[in-house]
Design a protein around this ligand. Structure first.
Ligand code: CTP
Ligand code: CA
Length: 224
C-alpha cells in the first residue's frame, strides 16, 4: 500500500503508536472492554511507514493484519500497554496514544471463574484507577520528543478538548466526536487537532488514513 505521493519526511525517525482498546480481566473468562477497533491507530502506523519511519505498534486486542514493516507488540490490559509503550518510547522521536485505555480495572483478579449461585445476588466488583499512560509519557518525555493524545468526546467537544490538552500536557490532542454510530469501527473520521501553543487544525470528515496524514504533518513540523 506504499503511496508514492507521500513525502519521506519521517525517514530516520522512530515513532510509537498505540492502537485498539484495553481489556481489564475480571476472571479467566470475563473482562471490561471498550468499543475501539484499532482502525485509526493502524492507519497512523501504515502512514508513518509509508513516510519512511521505523514504527513500533502497541496493539491492544485488535483483529487487523500487521502493517508490513512495523514491529507489533500485542498487549491485553492497560498495565501491559503501559509497560510496552513506556519501554518503546524511551528512544522514540514521537509517540501517539491512539489506544482507548481503560480508566479503571477490577480490584483484584479472581483466578477462578465467578459462578452464578442460584438465588444469591452477585458480589459487586470494585474498580481501581489505572495509571494515565499519556501523562506518564509527558513526564518522562525526552527533549524534542513529540507526544500526541487522542480524545473521544460526546459533547462540548472543543471545550473538553482544550481542558484535556492542558491537563495531559501533551503537544497535540486529536479530538473527535463519538456516539453509537460515529467513529467506532467506522472507516471514516472527522477531528480537530489542538496544539499546546493554541493553534488548531480542522480535519473534515474523511478516511482514517487522511486524518493520519494530517496528524503526521503536524508531528513532522514539530520534530527538531
Ligand atoms: N489515556 C492514557 N491512559 C489512561 C487513559 C487515557 O494514556 N489511563 C490516553 C488515551 O490513550 C488518549 C488520552 O489519554 O490518548 C485521552 O484519553 P481520554 O479517555 O479521552 O481522557 P481521560 O483523561 O481518561 O478523561 P475521560 O475519559 O474522563 O474523558
Ligand atoms: Ca478515559
Amino acid at each position: 500500500l506504499a503511496r508514492k505521493d507521500l513525502p519521506a519526511d519521517l525517514a530516520g525517525r522512530h515513532v510509537v503508536v498505540s492502537a485498539g482498546g484495553t481489556r481489564e480481566p475480571i476472571d479467566p473468562v470475563r473482562f471490561i472492554g471498550n468499543r475501539s477497533s484499532g482502525l485509526q491507530g493502524y492507519a497512523l502506523a501504515r502512514t508513518a511507514l509509508a513516510r519512511g519511519a521505523r514504527v513500533t505498534l502497541v496493539a491492544a486486542n485488535v483483529a487487523l493484519p500487521d502493517p508490513a514493516g512495523a514491529e507489533v507488540v500485542r498487549v491485553g490490559s492497560a498495565l501491559e500497554l503501559r509497560d510496552a509503550v513506556l519501554k518503546a518510547a524511551g528512544e522514540a522521536d514521537a509517540v501517539i496514544m491512539a489506544a482507548a485505555v481503560a480508566d479503571f480495572r477490577p480490584d483484584g483478579y479472581r483466578d477462578v471463574k465467578i459462578k452464578k449461585t442460584d438465588g444469591a445476588e452477585p458480589e459487586p466488583i470494585r474498580l481501581v484507577k489505572n495509571p494515565d499512560v499519556l501523562v506518564e509519557l509527558v513526564t518522562a518525555r525526552r527533549p524534542g520528543q513529540v507526544v500526541v493524545g487522542f480524545a473521544a468526546e460526546t459533547n462540548d467537544v472543543l471545550r473538553n478538548g482544550r481542558e484535556k490538552l492542558a491537563r495531559k500536557g501533551c503537544d497535540l490532542l486529536v479530538v473527535n466526536e463519538v456516539g453509537e454510530r460515529l467513529t467506532f469501527g467506522a472507516p471514516d473520521n472527522a477531528a480537530v487537532i489542538l496544539s499546546a501553543d493554541g493553534a488548531s487544525v480542522d480535519v473534515p470528515r474523511g478516511s482514517k488514513e487522511a486524518l493520519a496524514d494530517v496528524v503526521w504533518d503536524q508531528v513532522a513540523g514539530r520534530l527538531k
